[in-house]
Ligand binder design. Structure first.
Ligand code: SAM
Length: 227
């Protein structure tokens, strides 16, 4: 009874330190190998954009979720230097493929090199164009098993609208950064990204085509299952 009335913060006392994350990653099935380690170092050399890269704990979760749904056809919106794409590609079924959407030739050049080194380049197709154009051009009759949205935050609602109808029942839609460093609950933050992410979160929560959880881990991860 005491637990039920306690504030959530009282029962969530896990301190997520860098040391703890390292420990957790080291006890997962897919700690960063040489390719992922080198990719992280190359991305760090880019300076501040490196902050966009997924952490290894979230990368492992992507691999696991991709395996859980037995994904043969996956789509990523926002590829950057290719870390999350590599984690998804490694979880695909043997004949699986991943379509990556991005606009940066420069950043995705690093991705292409890492994918080749990892031996998964033949299962990844990269399209360089505004993602909404790429998604609108996707056929309606080729069901997608897994989607990972991690591009410009103002585009999330459009990506959702394009992708939900194309995901098969039982397939997963994942969206990153949905708690936006906590700004999502800061009414004083009216930045375009925060406003767009609030609209996105409301859109997902009221969409009766999916069931979902918003995971308060990483920077907030939505995991939605198509009904
Ligand atoms: C947060 S990063 C993606 C990080 C990546 N998932 C990873 O694990 O490293 C966002 C990416 O979205 C791309 N992007 C931004 N606007 C876009 C758009 N309109 N269409 C497609 N990609 C876009 C950027 O070029 C950038 O590479």
């Amino acid at each position: 009874m005491a637990l039920a009335s306690a504030p959530m913060t009282d029962i969530r006392s896990l301190p997520v330190t860098a040391e703890l994350i390292d420990y957790a990653v080291g006890h997962g099935s897919w700690p960063d190998d040489e390719v992922l380690t080198d990719l992280r170092a190359e991305t760090r050399a880019l300076g501040s954009p490196a902050g966009m890269q997924l952490g290894p704990d979230q990368g492992q979760l992507l691999t696991l979720l991709t395996r859980l749904v037995g994904a043969r056809r996956a789509v990523e919106v926002g590829t950057f230097t290719g870390y999350s794409a590599l984690c998804i590609a490694r979880g695909l079924a043997d004949d699986g493929t991943l379509l990556c959407c991005d606009v940066s030739e420069e950043w995705t050049a690093l991705a292409r090199r890492a994918w080749a080194r990892a031996g998964v380049a033949d299962r990844i197709e990269l399209r360089l164009a505004p993602a909404v154009e790429t998604l609108r051009a996707l056929p309606a009759d080729e069901p997608i098993d897994l989607v990972f949205i991690d591009a410009d935050k103002t585009g999330y609602p459009d990506y959702w609208r394009e992708l939900v109808p194309r995901v098969r029942p039982g397939g997963l839609l994942l969206a990153d950064n949905v708690l936006w460093g906590g700004a999502i609950v800061d009414d004083g933050d009216e930045s375009a990204n925060a406003v767009a992410l609030r609209a996105f979160n409301d859109l997902v929560a009221t969409d009766d085509r999916v069931e979902c959880v918003v995971l308060p881990a990483f920077d907030g991860l939505t995991i939605a299952r198509k009904l």
